[in-house]
Design a protein around this ligand. Structure first.
Ligand SMILES: [Zn+2]
Length: 460
């Protein structure tokens, strides 16, 4: 009974602490607003730190262009002026960043910053709707800027064709009023979170994978930051990105539009819908769900009362992952067990007996494959006993039309050359030495096959 009472009290204490931090933040905000008002009133040019020109009234072209949103009493002229005098930084000109940028530009945001280090690829176009076929190979930030300007030439669009890191993030974030996280990697999420907390900016964070999307707003009016909810990064192997897991293009489209809406609400009316709330969208069933998140944590390392993080740190080291969505190569096998795709193509040409195991998932194998390959998904292989593996290899030998008694050399291939190493490594450890054939993986997988041997083979 006593412990029950105690835990109820503890719960109540943390509730009240949360409410207190909301009130404190609100007070800080009000004091900040009245202070900046005084500055603005005494400043003849009416320039706020982030603005080059301060629009005081709407002109004919604004009224005509934005009439459909001006008609809304909740938005009106005041909302439009707030938008025109505000700036938003979108980090990532991908599946989320494209629709977010598009709707913010269309709505008449004053200044839009777009960060992206990458170039447009053909596989981006099914979801990254600011880019086009003609833009393949072009910087994503520049391609996005061109589209944004085609839509609305009145807004200022600035590009940052760089990979954000702890040396440059604060400087860039500081130049904008709101930040939209439209990336899909954990290291950048922590980096942006800390940069936003340290510079006092709200962060509208989105994510999309497969059929699922998520959205929440961090560090807004006393709400929690990303670290309040996730003090520790997830284990690197547990994180999947769109490049590996796939995504239906319309899903980031939905989330990116909602990120734009959140920013518009925040700027025009001072209201966020997703502070301390997480929106979850299931694109398979078409359902939306919103759950309440925990309060801002007084012990948070960056936004807490005694923060231990007072400057940006090394996020790649902290998360153990790269700050990009590019897959990293593993080095599991020694050179004696690896050959290049070019070398393999010569073995194939000379008709030397061998078995080629394709260890990709079925969905990928169905997309494209080398005709002589035998399909053996890695996940299934790794569950097998030594005898079962021998049976598979014998079946592969028979399918290849090889009549010899002993097993020929085995080559394993996958998409990028990581799983093929895992497969060979597993078999090397599992099979008894006396019955073990020579085994190799094809370096850098089918992507290298396309680059080194057959440019007609698709890269996905
Ligand atoms: Zn926090």
């Amino acid at each position: 009974m006593a412990s029950d009472h105690e835990s109820r009290l503890q719960e109540r204490v943390s509730e009240l602490e949360g409410e207190l931090s909301v009130l404190k933040e609100e007070m800080r905000r009000l004091m900040h607003i009245s202070a900046s008002k005084i500055v603005a009133d005494t400043n003849v040019a009416h320039v706020t730190p982030n603005q080059d020109c301060h629009l005081k009234e709407l002109h004919k072209q604004h009224i005509e262009r934005y009439s459909r949103q001006l008609l809304l009493p909740e938005f009106g002229v005041e909302g439009q002026l707030h938008l025109a005098n505000s700036s938003v930084l979108i980090v990532g000109a991908g599946g989320l960043g494209c629709p977010a940028a598009l709707y913010l530009a269309a709505a008449g945001i004053g200044r839009l910053g777009i960060v992206d280090y990458d170039q447009v690829e053909l596989s981006n176009l099914h979801r990254q709707v600011l880019h086009s076929e003609a833009g393949v190979g072009v910087s994503k930030a520049l391609s996005a800027k061109a589209s944004v300007h085609r839509l609305n030439s009145n807004i200022r669009c600035e590009t940052h064709c760089i990979l954000l890191n702890s040396t440059n993030a604060l400087d860039i974030v500081n130049r904008y009023d709101v930040v939209v996280d439209a990336t899909d990697n954990v290291a950048t999420r922590y980096l942006l979170n800390d940069a936003c907390v340290l510079s006092g900016k709200p962060l509208v964070s989105g994510g999309a994978l497969r059929f699922e999307g998520q959205l929440t707003t961090y560090h807004y009016q006393g709400g929690p930051c990303y670290r309040c909810l996730y003090p520790e990064p997830p284990l690197p192997d547990t994180v999947t990105n769109c490049s590996d897991g796939g995504v239906i293009g319309a899903v980031p489209g939905v989330i990116g539009c909602l990120q734009a809406l959140e920013v518009i609400n925040m700027i025009s009316r001072g209201q966020a819908s997703y502070s301390q709330r997480l929106l979850m969208f299931d694109g398979e069933t078409g359902s939306f769900q919103t759950i309440r998140l925990r309060f801002r944590q007084p012990h948070c390392a960056v936004c807490g009362e005694k923060p231990t993080i007072t400057k940006l740190v090394d996020y790649v080291q902290f998360c153990g992952t790269s700050p990009t969505d590019k897959a990293e190569s593993i080095h599991l096998l020694g050179d004696e067990n690896r050959i290049s795709c070019y070398e393999y193509s010569k073995i194939k040409e000379m008709g030397i007996p061998h078995i080629l195991l394709d260890v990709r998932e079925t969905v990928q194998y169905n997309m494209c494959r080398l005709p002589e390959s035998y399909h053996m998904p890695l996940d299934d292989l790794m569950k097998m006993t030594s005898d079962q593996i021998q049976d598979v290899l014998k079946a592969a030998k028979d399918k290849a039309g090889l009549t010899q008694d002993t097993l020929p050399p085995i080559y394993a291939v996958c998409r990028r050359g990581n799983d093929s190493q895992r497969a060979i490594d597993f078999m090397l450890n599992c099979l008894p030495e006396k019955s073990r054939p020579d085994m190799f993986d094809l370096r850098d997988g089918l992507q290298a096959w396309s680059n080194e041997v057959d440019p007609d083979f698709p890269v996905y």
